[in-house]
Design a protein around this ligand. Structure first.
Ligand code: ATP
Ligand code: MG
Length: 255
């Protein structure tokens, strides 16, 4: 039985906490001693070189993968006991749209296992499509959509469950810079509106600086937390603005 903590440490605000997580694949040690708190309502970016374990860590946070050592606490409870997994959404790197379903049906897929009534589901799907600006395209098929629109459908499918926690693995990495920047604005707008906590993996230093409240810099072999950096810059953060560009430059030196 876990005790309720009444201390007023900053960690009491953490919606997710990992405690000394370690993970191996065979003889390969991928993650070592990852202790990390994610604050309620923040955007946390996981940044690091390819292979340093970012996706593995996100998979562990999502519950898809079990750590070998340590544990994940969600709202203070061991993740295995957490009974609200529908409030955690995972947006994968590829959009994973089902080509034989139209936009509306793809978004509804996020609710397939929910106990909501048919009409509540319909309402949720409509709200999510409006939120990402795709309501007029609800009957379109995935092959008729641009890359940015596909990303929006995938985002709507995550939002339709009204998640408290949104996990994203390089969701915009395949988009052209202009569309990516539009999606950044969309994400920030929706995140502010809904107060959702976001943990996102990125390779892209500029993306981390533009979006994140804090950046967790991971170093490889095995993946460890090197540094956690507060990006205390006012929003909107325009990449070409000197303060933003300078922050990106300094961070790039560390990655
Ligand atoms: N299921 C698995 N089985 C065996 N090895 C794995 C598995 N998943 C990941 N790995 C290995 O673990 C290491 C970390 O992989 P991971 O995908 O977490 O890295 P990443 O930081 O997300 O990299 P990238 O930026 O390229 O996406 C890599 O060496 C990878 O080959
Ligand atoms: Mg990855």
């Amino acid at each position: 039985m876990s005790a309720i903590s009444l201390d007023i440490e900053p960690t009491t605000l953490d919606i997710i906490r990992t405690e000394s997580i370690g993970k191996r694949f065979g003889s390969l040690e991928v993650l070592d001693n990852i202790s990390l708190g994610v604050r309620q309502g923040e955007i946390l970016a996981l940044l690091g070189a390819s292979g340093c374990g970012k996706s593995t860590l996100l998979n562990i946070l999502s519950g898809l993968l079990a750590p070998d050592r340590g544990e994940v606490l969600i709202q203070g409870k061991p993740a295995g006991q957490f009974s609200h997994w529908e409030r955690v959404a995972y947006l994968f790197q590829e959009d994973r749209l089902l080509p034989w379903r139209n936009v509306q049906q793809n978004v509804n897929f996020g609710l397939e296992n929910s106990k909501l009534s048919h009409s509540s589901r319909r309402g949720r799907v409509e709200d999510a499509l409006r939120l990402v600006g795709l309501h007029d395209f609800r009957h379109a098929w995935p092959h008729q959509l641009s890359g940015g629109m596909r990303s929006r459908v995938a985002l709507a499918r995550s939002l339709v469950v009204e998640p408290e926690i949104l996990l994203m693995d390089e969701p915009f990495s395949k988009l052209d810079p202009q569309t990516r920047s539009v999606m950044h604005d969309e994400l920030l707008r929706i995140q502010r509106l809904k107060g959702v906590t976001v943990v996102m993996v990125t390779h892209d230093v500029e993306e981390a600086v533009v979006l994140a409240d804090r950046v967790v810099l991971l170093k490889p072999n095995p993946g460890r937390i090197h540094r956690i950096i507060d990006i205390a810059l006012p929003r909107p953060r325009i990449p070409t603005e000197p303060s933003v560009a300078e922050r990106s430059r300094l961070l790039r030196l560390e990655v």
